[in-house]
Design a protein around this ligand. Sequence first.
Ligand code: NOJ
Length: 561
Amino acid sequence: MAIPGSASAAGPDTASPWWLDGVVYQVYPRSFADSNGDGVGDLQGLIDHLDYLAGGPDSLGVDAIWISPIYASPMLDGGYDIMDHTTVDPVFGTLADLDRLIEECHRRDIRVILDLVMNHTSDLHPWFVQSRQSRTGPFADFFLWRDPSGWDRDGRPEPPNNWLSWFGGSAWEWEPRRQQFYLHTFLPEQPDVNWRCAALRAEMWSMVSGWLDRGVDGFRLDVFNAFLKTAEMPSNPEISADASTAWDSQEHRHDKDHPELHDLLAEFRGIVDARPGTATVGELFTSDVEAAAGYWAPRHLVFDWVLLETAWTAASFRAAIAAREAAWSGRWPTIVLSNHDRSRHVSRYLHTLGRRDRATADAVAKAAATIELTLRGTPFLYYGEEIGAKDIVVARSRARDRAAVAMAGWWNRDGSRAPMAWSGGGNAGFTSGTPWLPIPRDATSRNVDRQRASERSVLAHYRRLLALRRGSVALRTGELALVDVGDPDVLAYLRRAGDEATLVVVRFGLRGGEIELPPAPGPWRVVLSSHDLATPTVGSRIAVRPLEAIVLECVVDAIRG
Ligand code: NOJ
């Protein structure tokens, strides 16, 4: 499939599939909406709020939701530790609730993407419970068991190699019953599965088909590039003793990105591709943008973390966009500023600006959204960002994110997983019970109800952007070219498809100024500004106020320059 807007594009694609020109919204289900008063979000709560997302007169207007894991789990890693991939955890509801969710989503033209965690399970998964009993039996080979490399002077077993757990310490845990170690790239309670075991593979594929049969439209693949390790499991090369984390002290040559992974992915993608209208997105585990692009295939997106890791300066964003456009030429990237693993972008950008006030938070949220929804690629919004949500502060001693607490010195991810603020009422309308994490302190003023009532809110800006994008081929699928407008504090780029041209200009700093617009055969017209609702036609220059984002259009045969 030719990708519009890329070097190989034949022309504008006006009927692109949803994974290509849609907008995806990530729901962290524990924090979205609680319907039964137990303080934790659930599927019924999500169903109750679907009109907010799409299908109603004042909906946000997204095309798909990605739901972080909802399967049976002891929740040591926020549900990414699964003890049964085929059931819904009671805290979220039942399979019947999921069926209703899928039906209600489809009624509103929302696609449903489930999170698939297939690198590891929970240690409470029946496969592992049996696998750890003995070296024989049907599940003996489902996990990565190895003999010790030797015994120390006190008679203790020594791990098979130097591999590390992402959350800290050795990646190996001893099991006395088997007199062997098992591998865990994450917590010791998250054993890695053995993809070279045919029976395990068959179980996984049958689970994938089962969800497709149930009507889901796709999957987000957790840390997929770690599925296969070098079979002989040699130690990784040590590269730096003073890296900022132990994980980064090694080159991960043998514990991820195995060349045979492409064959494994082809099997998985074949199952998905057999169902029309489905798609997937892969989460790349600690790799770079070229690696992400290398795993891409039509219908199978791959996250890269370039934008999410870019600092709030025009120069950084320019460099990040240039790097992405180079790596993703002829392919289709994703656009991500926040997710459940990182600090929310408004908090990060405010930190860079040295500001904490509400007006700056709103302005930076709108400017960032303008970039996110006008770049080339499929945007993935993180719940709450559309009201400008910031991180909450949860002391390490009270953290629910056990996995992050295990990782010495790492940020506690609870900060970006706060309950959604629906209203200014009790517990922000999230729950009638005691919320599992603190309600954001600014929820009385920063909430959905309040922002729905104001045309100037962050939410209203997101809705306008989504509507603008939906109606513009240039924004959905057009080519992207960076433009130099002669002001280092202003990021500018053109999106073009056929005779449509859209110019996006964003000022990152707190001092305004005029810029020169690129020459065009006709006048530029402002179609959206983050600072006011007027849409004037402008001449060759335009004032761009502090943190202002402006989208301009010019319908022409060709743009000079
Ligand atoms: C990636 C997920 O995004 C993260 O939340 C989780 O901790 C790791 N995978 C391990 O499952």
